[in-house]
Design a protein around this ligand. Sequence first.
Ligand SMILES: *Cc1c(COP(=O)(O)O)cnc(C)c1O
Length: 386
Amino acid sequence: MRPDFIPFALPDIGEDEIAEVVDSLRTGWITSGPKTQRFEQDMAAFLGGSLYCVAVSSATAALHIALEAVGIRAEDEVITTTHTFTGTAEVISHFGAHPRFVDINPATLCIDPRAVEAAITPRTRAVLPVHYGGMSCDMDAILAIAARHKLRVIEDAAHAIPATYHGKLIGTLGSDATVFSFYATKPVATGEGGMLITRDPALAKRARIMRLHGIDRDAFDRHTAGCSSWRYDVVAPGYNYSLSDLAASLGIHQLRRAWELHKGRTAIAGRYDAAFRDLPVQLPPRPQNADLHAWHLYVVRLNPDAPVDRDTFIQRLNDAGVGCSVHYIPLHLQKYWRETYSLRAEEFPHSQSAYERAVSLPIYTRMTEKQQEQVVATVRSILKRG
Ligand SMILES: *Cc1c(COP(=O)(O)O)cnc(C)c1O
């Protein structure tokens, strides 16, 4: 790779993050412990308090234990979007349950609430919307549909910290659970990591048990005092989904800097908006009124009259030293999902069309002025008409 290549994504790890990890290494507490607890408390405070935060090893793990905690069973159906990462859907299959994929609204690139309602059957138990790119879904519509049909709602907010809907932070909207990802490329990054957010104490308790092998420590903590910490009871076949204190050390400072990092990404989005306005592309959707976009992704869609097709555009960006990606190759095109559920692209015209035209451009706070200029100049030189 050429030395001046602009990567698609890079985490912004500061000296505080590094010092916190070193501190954990020196104390010797490198698995889940005091830092993880602090990260959970900090997240609760970040979201305005009075909710439960359960840190786990990934967002996929958080989705898995959220579905377990709301009681998803074999042959149940969970409605989700085809326009997502496979982690959103794979956890549904772990129960012998079935994802029911629906199309997106092309104006938002998020799950279409009307398609959700149309996909409900007597077996439907839950809806799993994805706040695509860091912009909230139409949550009023989704929560209303769920209330009407007695469905649980688990939000895949892997991209959406911090983002708002009707002025409220994602994570506080009143669904059964919200899940954040701290994967290396996400807005708050710990390498690997995730968190489940809920207002439901019973759901939080079950999630805490299931992330630690189904071990119920509280039962003994309550009944035994002091020296009996070797006692525990296994109440379910759980998972090993703990977050390490090394990851939590990063998370504590990444979360403290979340608004600063958000400001940096928002500035880059604004710059791209201004620079690409006259090009034959559709700029990323943005929230209505004054709501905040987390700007995890900046996705442009090439217009039919663009001088190059999507694949050529990506090739030219790469040749010019600009990293990019595509979010997502929709699940209806992925072998396992396509074959298991006999999915056809014609069932998902909006996702299919968005996929065929979409390119995600680099948007992260470690991009220098010069790198931002290079992205702008490269995109403009490839797409300017004539
Ligand atoms: C990254 C991502 C996930 C999975 O997150 P992990 O923390 O890597 O498990 C799930 N859903 C979406 C939409 C994602 O982008």
